[in-house]
Design a protein around this ligand. Structure first.
Ligand code: NAP
Length: 480
């Protein structure tokens, strides 16, 4: 399996001026190498995307569909290679990595289907007295060159969420993957080329966020920026992007409410998954659990038993449930936040210790306060904070006490309470009888507050990635 890649610009592989090593976060072994693009090389990628933009806009929808479907088929055939790449560079357990490949295939298929549904609408122009004798409709126009900047935690599917809809809408793309996980992005570019994507439609350039990323965002030939990553970088990008449309899919400290009438087994199973999948390095990671007072003790004990059974190991081992964080500084940050919470009165019920290079053992905290970093900020580690509540109104208040608002979960058998909570909770999506971590790739997905701006899911991303153009025909003088 190839793990050393060059730059992918204008349909060709170009030797870069500099390279860097990509390591397995679990043990630090070198997995591959990727280009460290210079500004001149990024400039070439943007120029290629700009040259190709008119051809991309003209490519018929059925061709866009065919290329996206072919890429999906090729990816499915190479599931194991992609899964090994995801597991190796991001440290995601291989079973979850296979799940990410399956989702990426679906994201490409949904994108292909949207290529055929990229329609505008009729506008009833004559509903206004001034619009008499006029016919109006809208067209969905490609924006042109789209810069796609992606994070480390889903190094394949989140790239598909940007490249798929962008191509479906007739745009060209310059993609900058995360520096820790660039290989999947290049593997995807290779697949698109094999599927017949014309030169320049997709260009992949890795390198530091502060250099390659900033340069892309500020470049006058880039028409739109679609970014997934941290709130801090997202805010910076918004400031640099000026008048360009920007989609920001950012972080969160997601919460779930477990009401006293909830199916406890269901809630426990889903919370164990939502709290610890990929060591909590998921934007919709379940970080805060609010459990109805009467049941909180039993729930916490049962969750602790489940967490104690997790097996820690190498990402390529099928038996591993938990591997490591993306790097040592992040492992140190997570244990620091836990220590800070403990200093201020929280109790650590299990885990929260460093083990190996960048591993933190899965942890449950209780007795936390809203202002603690482990509660208020995005921990992005294998930590859940479990607290009790005495009324559903209070529970919703606690969920909303956050600068973020991505997704939330509500476990209850009472449909009225569920729907009331869904309306009151301030975020982009509410999952009833599930954790905030639930996502299928065609649903509208995105946040409010510091969790971002805009929606993904191919149908919704396509709307962001195309411009509405209104056409009005003056029919005055036509035969009556
Ligand atoms: P990050 O540090 O914000 O980096 C994300 C991407 O931005 C990387 O490619 C990074 O490049 C690049 N970047 C860094 N500085 C930049 C700059 N000044 N200008 C332009 N680009 C820049 O995030 P991460 O640690 O990779 O990912 C974790 C974060 O992503 C979490 O906050 C998580 O919640 C969020 N996330 C959100 C969603 C969602 O859909 N809402 C999904 C997944 C993840 P380098 O790697 O070279 O620094």
């Amino acid at each position: 399996m190839k793990t050393d890649y060059d730059l992918f610009i204008d349909g060709r592989w170009m030797k870069p001026g500099a390279r860097f090593e990509v390591r397995v976060p679990y043990d630090g072994a070198v997995f591959g190498t990727a280009p460290k693009a210079s500004r001149a090389e990024v400039e070439q990628a943007i120029a290629a995307a700009k040259r190709a933009a008119p051809a991309a806009a003209k490519l018929p929808s059925h061709k866009r569909y065919e290329i996206l479907m072919k890429t999906a088929t090729l990816m499915q055939q190479r599931t194991e290679d992609f899964a090994r790449a995801i597991a190796s560079e991001s440290g995601k357990p291989i079973r979850e990595a296979r799940g990410e490949v399956g989702r990426s295939v679906q994201t490409l298929i949904f994108s292909a289907e949207e290529a055929k549904r990229n329609v505008g609408e009729m506008v009833p122009v004559d509903a206004h007295p001034g619009g008499t004798d006029r016919l109006g409709f809208t067209l969905r126009m490609p924006r042109g060159v789209i810069a796609a900047i992606t994070p480390f935690n889903f190094p394949l599917n989140l790239v598909c969420h940007k490249v798929g809809p962008a191509l479906a809408g007739g745009n060209t793309v310059v993609h900058k993957p995360a520096s820790t996980t660039p290989i999947c992005g290049y593997m995807l570019a290779e697949l698109f080329a094999e599927a017949g994507l014309p030169a320049g439609f997709l260009n992949t350039v890795s390198g530091g966020g502060g250099e390659v990323g900033d340069f892309l965002v500020a470049h006058p030939d880039v028409a739109m920026v679609t970014f997934t990553g941290s709130a801090e970088v997202g805010k910076h990008i918004r400031a640099v992007a000026g008048m360009k449309p920007v989609t920001l899919e950012l972080g969160a400290n997601c919460a779930a409410i477990v009401d006293s009438d909830a199916d406890m087994d269901l809630a426990l199973g889903r919370c164990a998954t939502g709290g610890f999948a990929h060591s909590g390095q998921v934007c919709i990671h379940l970080q805060r659990i609010y459990v109805a007072g009467k049941t909180a003790g039993d729930f916490t004990d049962a969750l602790r038993s489940r967490v104690a059974a997790f097996r820690i190991g190498h990402p390529l081992e099928d038996a591993s449930d938990v591997t490591s964080l993306i790097d040592e500084p992040n492992a140190a940050r997570v244990t620091d936040w836990i220590a800070e919470a403990e200093r201020d009165g929280a109790r650590k019920l299990i885990g929260g210790e460093r083990a190996g290079r960048a591993t933190v053992t899965p942890a449950i905290l209780s007795g936390t306060q809203p202002g603690m970093k482990a509660v208020a900020d995005e921990i992005f580690g294998p930590v859940v904070c479990v607290e009790s509540f005495d009324s559903i109104e209070r529970a919703v208040e606690m969920v909303n006490r956050s600068r973020y608002g991505l997704q939330a979960g509500v476990f209850t058998r009472d449909i009225s309470r569920a729907l009331w909570a869904a309306q009151q909770i301030e975020c982009g999506g509410v999952m009833i009888n599930d954790v905030p971590t639930f996502r299928v790739d065609q649903m509208p997905y995105g946040g409010v507050k510091d969790s971002g701006v805009g929606r993904e899911g191919p149908r919704y991303a396509l709307q962001e990635m195309t411009e509405t153009k209104t056409v009005v025909i003056n029919l005055t003088g036509a035969p009556r």
